[in-house]
Design a protein around this ligand. Structure first.
Ligand SMILES: [Zn+2]
Length: 327
């Protein structure tokens, strides 16, 4: 049996959410749970032995629901799963446990608030030039820096104007402004300058509280760390990766029973490299989940398991999964 890990982002009641491009509605989520519960074996992520067996054999298909980032929305999802007698797997970043906002969500708020991409990018370019920030090239293996003009031009050449602009904003702020302090500064600058146009209330109510996390655990759902600072681990050096992973484990250990914290790990943005894998072994993590899309088998390696993204695998019109998950 292979396992289809399905990952969800925001699950919202309202169609007016700023985060709509990534969101599923509660109704869509229920529809998917019903379908999967009826047609597939939904596996309890706490049952590590069964997970091992399923990943090794080649019979029917199992499903595990996964949720990254610790959103308040996931509390609703957990209650729906509970109604069906099913357990989910929730990945919570250390920063969220400690009550801080993730940059990824601040960036989503900036890019989906209706402010034009040109305006955002031109503000960002001004800050990058003024502060002489260094920009990483798109090619991960290449350690050289590029000018902001060339960086943007390359993305526009590959993706067209609209997508190129959006990608430039996201990647610069998430990853490609080389220095993490400078990245945080650039995001703060945009928030300061454009704050009036942003729905800051969305951010205040975005994440679970620690009491929510405890409740999830009491309800029998499984949990795992999802980085501390929620950075692209695969682009960081050994020391930063090691610190981030250890901090993420400790933060979760402070909220839930210690012995289950190391069963699962999900890499933020799905980013990892050989060093990340080594650190998973060193920290005695059982399974690591990526965001490479597909079914998970043990032959991928226990720290490189594939997943599906709900926004990619579910056909909303036919109300069933697209191939190849469909039986
Ligand atoms: Zn994440």
């Amino acid at each position: 049996m292979s396992i289809s890990f399905i990952t969800y982002h925001y699950i919202r009641n309202s169609n007016h959410s700023t985060f709509k491009p990534y969101a599923r509605t509660v109704e869509e989520f229920i529809m998917q749970v019903e379908y999967l519960n009826k047609n597939f074996d939904i596996i309890d992520p706490n049952d590590i032995e069964k997970v091992q067996d399923c990943l090794k054999s080649n019979k029917n298909k199992g499903v595990i629901f996964t949720f990254d980032d610790g959103y308040k929305d996931h509390v609703v999802a957990s209650q729906i799963l509970k109604c069906y007698g099913v357990r989910g797997l929730f990945f919570i970043p250390g920063k969220v446990i400690e009550g801080k906002e993730l940059e990824v969500n601040r960036i989503h708020l900036l890019t989906y608030s209706g402010i034009s991409c040109e305006k955002l990018l031109s503000r960002l370019e001004t800050t990058i030039r003024k502060e002489k920030m260094k920009i990483r090239t798109q090619d991960k293996a290449c350690k050289e820096y590029v000018s902001i003009e060339n960086y943007i031009q390359e993305l526009i050449n590959d993706n067209g104007f609209d997508n190129g602009y959006t990608l430039a904003i996201k990647r610069l702020l998430q990853r490609d402004i080389t220095d993490s302090t400078e990245r945080a500064y650039a995001i703060n600058e945009l928030f300061n300058k454009l704050g009036d146009e942003l729905d800051l209330h969305e951010m205040k109510t975005l994440y679970m509280k620690n009491t929510d996390i405890e409740k999830l655990s009491v309800d029998g759902h499984a949990m795992g760390p999802h980085g501390y600072n929620h950075v692209w681990l695969g682009t960081q050096n050994e020391k930063i990766q090691s610190q981030d992973i250890e901090l993420s484990i400790k933060a979760l250990e402070n909220v839930i029973r210690e012995y289950i914290v190391r069963d699962w790990y999900s890499y933020p943005y799905g980013s990892f490299d050989e060093e990340t894998i080594r650190l998973m072994q060193e920290n005695k993590i059982t399974f690591g989940l990526t965001t490479d899309w597909g079914e998970a088998h043990m032959d991928q390696g226990r720290y490189r398991l594939k997943r599906w993204d709900t926004n990619d695998w579910w056909n909303n019109e036919k109300k069933m999964p697209k191939n190849p998950l469909a039986k």
